[in-house]
Write a new protein. Sequence first.
Lengths: 115, 114
Amino acid sequence: KNQVEQSPQSLIILEGKNCTLQCNYTVSPFSNLRWYKQDTGRGPVSLTIMTFSENTKSNGRYTATLDADTKQSSLHITASQLSDSASYICVVSARLTGGGNKLTFGTGTQLKVEL
Amino acid sequence: DSGVTQTPKHLITATGQRVTLRCSPRSGDLSVYWYQQSLDQGLQFLIQYYNGEERAKGNILERFSAQQFPDLHSELNLSSLELGDSALYFCASSVEAGVSETQYFGPGTRLLVL
């Protein structure tokens, strides 16, 4: 069964600190892995997308890594800001027979940045 | 603003009723996806349409149906509503249906079934 597990479930850090969020998946056949940021009550916003051949991708203060062998990904946030407070969702895409893809979403890590 | 619009923003209805949620994708996007997000749960993929045709199906109940019209807007129909159907329903769109396409999410429709 395709699954995406994220840890920790929630995290509180002080402004300016760094943090790393983890994502483990069993989705097959793997197509790509995405990290989304979702503010409460709003739609997710894409941060990064990585395919099988990519093992790191940055978007400003966000850096995602992918180890396709161990089926693990991480999202590192540098110099956190109050506006980083949100849910961070790991999404893994599997190729569907006949074309198209199916996304499996993790339940997210709830990050709170405090003063 | 992602460019994806969803209406209505909020919807309150009773069990057993039927509702229709509407989504307009970004200009030029051919693919539309529907997701359900229940309280404290992750996003669940429901269904995808590409240029008017169903492309992929996820955990969509038989009581739910969707379609994409020639102008590319999409509607999600939820019938025989149950309390457990209360959730945020998101629509997302992408240019194509390829595996690396970025999906742009709408603001969601919050459905409350009483």
